[in-house]
Ligand binder design. Structure first.
Ligand code: NAD
Length: 375
């Protein structure tokens, strides 16, 4: 089995393989070919891949006879000539927004596997690119907030007087939010956090932060279905807005991470609420790419409103390319190796497997995923 690792398009710093996963694939009996310069953005030289046993070459060379194509983002279908018929294309394929590409993978006979549709089940935890990348994004959101904030995070008692600790409020306590809480605590801030799922209350407390929850209207019991939130009732949204208004005015830094699968991000902070923050405060909107939790967010830009900097955080994992590539590459390896058939020397993906059903988009020349065919 030949595995091709593609160089990403401009703007993407990450790489879908690292020398460690190249060696591990070789251990399964596969040969890995890496496109020249694929690791550059993640500080991995071609020579590092070669030292791990990979061949390095042009796209045409690495694709020739490949049965598996690894990428971070969905590659341009027109650039995939030369791969085996029915080759697997594995990466973050963004199926809902890139449907022309998905159709083209199908027409080319390729089997497209969207890693971001990995189900949230225990068996798939080590294959979950959303978790691995969100974790780093949650950390970087706090570091970026600290860099943009004109004051210090920790309390400092100095001969020239005391510096007060920053107050950080995290809205949305999934993978990114939990890491944001932990990072802000490590920097010495006073941290509070909120979510709609009741299970997060204990998680917030276990990190030493203060939970701020709507009490008079029921939220989502426990973890919520599959760990996902749904859109909340109008009554809940009103109660949440009141709670946020009274709490937010006392905060210096707000990090928002709230997402609802398949829907625009819920609006959690209005412009009027931003105006109540002290000038110099910083809001980081990690949901910027999904429309934003904060009124006035512009994805990929910093906007100043009422003296408050609103950071429209877009794909922060890219700014930590060495670590995010390593975790992403291991997610891909963990997935493929879990299905690897040693005798046949290739992964076998059973039609009735929960993971396969969730992530397989195309097969046998057709789009086969229910989430796409039902749309
Ligand atoms: P996510 O990115 O879908 O959403 C981020 C957070 O925003 C969630 O906690 C959600 O409840 C919250 N949110 C949504 N609407 C909100 C609102 N109106 N106000 C406040 N908060 C709101 O979530 P995620 O980071 O992917 O993780 C969610 C859960 O799933 C976590 O408990 C996580 O541990 C679990 N998970 C499990 C696996 C697995 O078992 N393989 C993998 C990933 C995540």
């Amino acid at each position: 089995m030949k595995i091709a690792v593609l160089k990403e398009a401009a703007g993407e710093t990450r790489c879908a393989a690292i020398p460690e996963t190249v060696k591990k694939f070789a251990g399964l009996g596969a040969e890995v070919a890496v496109e020249t310069g694929a690791g550059e953005g993640a500080s991995i030289a071609d020579a590092d891949f070669e030292a791990a046993g990979a061949k390095v070459g042009s796209r045409a060379e690495v694709l020739k006879g490949a049965g598996i194509i690894l990428a971070v983002n969905g590659p341009d279908p027109a650039s995939l000539n030369g791969a085996e018929k029915d080759a697997l294309v594995v990466g973050a394929l963004d199926p809902l927004r890139q449907s022309p590409n998905i159709d083209a993978y199908a027409s080319a006979g390729l089997q497209a596997l969207a890693m971001e549709w990995m189900p949230r089940i225990t068996r798939a935890q080590s294959m979950d690119i959303l978790s691995s990348q969100s974790n780093l994004a949650g950390y970087k959101a706090v570091v970026d907030a600290a860099a943009a904030y004109g004051r210090a995070f920790p309390m400092m008692m100095t001969a020239a007087g005391t510096v007060s600790p920053a107050k950080v409020f995290v809205m949305g306590v999934g993978v990114a939010g939990l890491q944001a809480i932990a990072t802000a605590k490590r920097l010495g801030a006073q941290v509070s956090a909120t979510d709609v799922r009741s299970a997060t209350k204990e998680q917030i407390q276990s990190l030493g932060a203060k939970p701020i929850f709507v009490e008079n209207v029921a939220g989502i019991e426990g973890e919520g279905a599959g760990g996902y939130a749904t859109e909340m009732s109008e009554e809940y949204q009103k109660a949440q807005a009141e709670l946020v208004s009274s709490h937010i005015a006392k905060q210096d830094i707000v990090i928002t991470t709230a997402l609802i699968p398949g829907r625009p991000a819920p609006r959690l902070i209005t412009d009027a609420q931003i105006a109540t923050l002290r000038p110099g405060s910083v809001v980081v909107d990690l949901a910027a790419d999904a429309g934003g939790n904060v009124e006035g967010t512009v994805a990929g830009q910093n906007v100043v409103k009422h003296g408050v900097t609103i950071i429209g955080a877009s794909n922060l994992a890219r700014t930590l390319a060495a670590d995010s590539s390593a975790l992403f590459a291991r997610n891909l390896y963990n997935f493929l190796s879990a299905f690897w058939d040693k005798e046949q020397g290739r992964p076998i993906l059973p039609d009735d497997d929960e993971i396969v059903k969730a992530i397989r988009l195309t097969q046998g020349g057709k789009v086969v995923n229910e989430r796409l065919t039902a749309a």
